[in-house]
Write a protein that binds this ligand. Structure first.
Ligand SMILES: N[C@@H](CCC(=O)N[C@@H](CS)C(=O)NCC(=O)O)C(=O)O
Length: 208
């Protein structure tokens, strides 16, 4: 399998899951602004949408959309328990969190990653919106569960972790959400997560 990625972007969650599952894969860095891969290939010929992640599962067969990719990977090794079985209520709960992470939390970071500067009023609106979405995660974890679906790490945690970790990139302090902050720190300690962060140059080897 071939993962098309940008360091630290949402594609990092697919790398975490591939690593958790011990699946063999290679990865190709993408410059989404230029629309090319690191070796100069036309990325739009691979994923016409232009964004990462994309996962080539066999020559010429490319999956896009993070929630779909993550569930595809989890289902390759169901015994690893990274997604509840299809057709169960727990699987729908997983999809609920994946969709929330994609369409609400992830998108709440859009104003910071748009590449243009912020008006002060726009920034405060964006901060209020992001805070509201982090409140939702805090509420989801408020019964003391270790991970977002309960006591087991799932692909929803991989995606949620990657997105919450962006608060560090934009200087948005998680201190107001102690449960979320502890959750991010806990997920960051997982060997597969550390390995994925190192692979994308986001963590030094000696800190692992
Ligand atoms: N709906 C897509 C969204 C993917 C997305 O927003 N990718 C970002 C990185 S996290 C991206 O590649 N943006 C284009 C860019 O950064 O230039 C998915 O869930 O996979």
């Amino acid at each position: 399998m071939l993962l098309y990625f940008k360091p630290g972007a949402c594609s990092l969650s697919a790398r975490i899951v591939l690593t958790e599952l011990g699946l063999p894969f290679e990865s190709v860095r993408v410059d989404t602004a230029a629309g090319t891969t690191i070796d100069g290939a036309d990325y739009r010929a691979i994923n016409p949408k232009g964004y990462v992640p994309a996962l080539e599962i066999e020559p010429g067969i490319v999956l896009t959309e993070n929630p779909a990719i993550l569930q595809y990977l989890a289902d390759l090794r169901p015994q690893a328990g990274l997604a509840p079985a299809t057709g169960t209520l727990d699987r729908v709960r997983l999809q609920e969190w994946l969709n929330f992470t994609s369409s609400e939390l992830h998108k709440a970071f859009g104003p910071w990653f748009s590449g243009r500067s912020f008006e002060e009023s726009e920034q405060s609106r964006a901060e209020i919106n992001l805070a509201r979405r982090i409140d939702d995660v805090e509420r989801g974890l408020s019964d003391g569960r270790g991970f977002i679906l309960g006591e087991t790490f799932t692909v929803a945690d991989a995606y949620l972790f990657v997105v919450l970790n962006w608060t560090g990139f934009i200087g948005f302090d998680l201190a107001r959400w102690p449960t979320v902050a502890a959750y991010v720190a806990r997920v960051a300690m997982r060997p597969a997560v550390r390995a994925a962060l190192i692979a994308e140059g986001l963590l030094q080897e000696e800190a692992a």
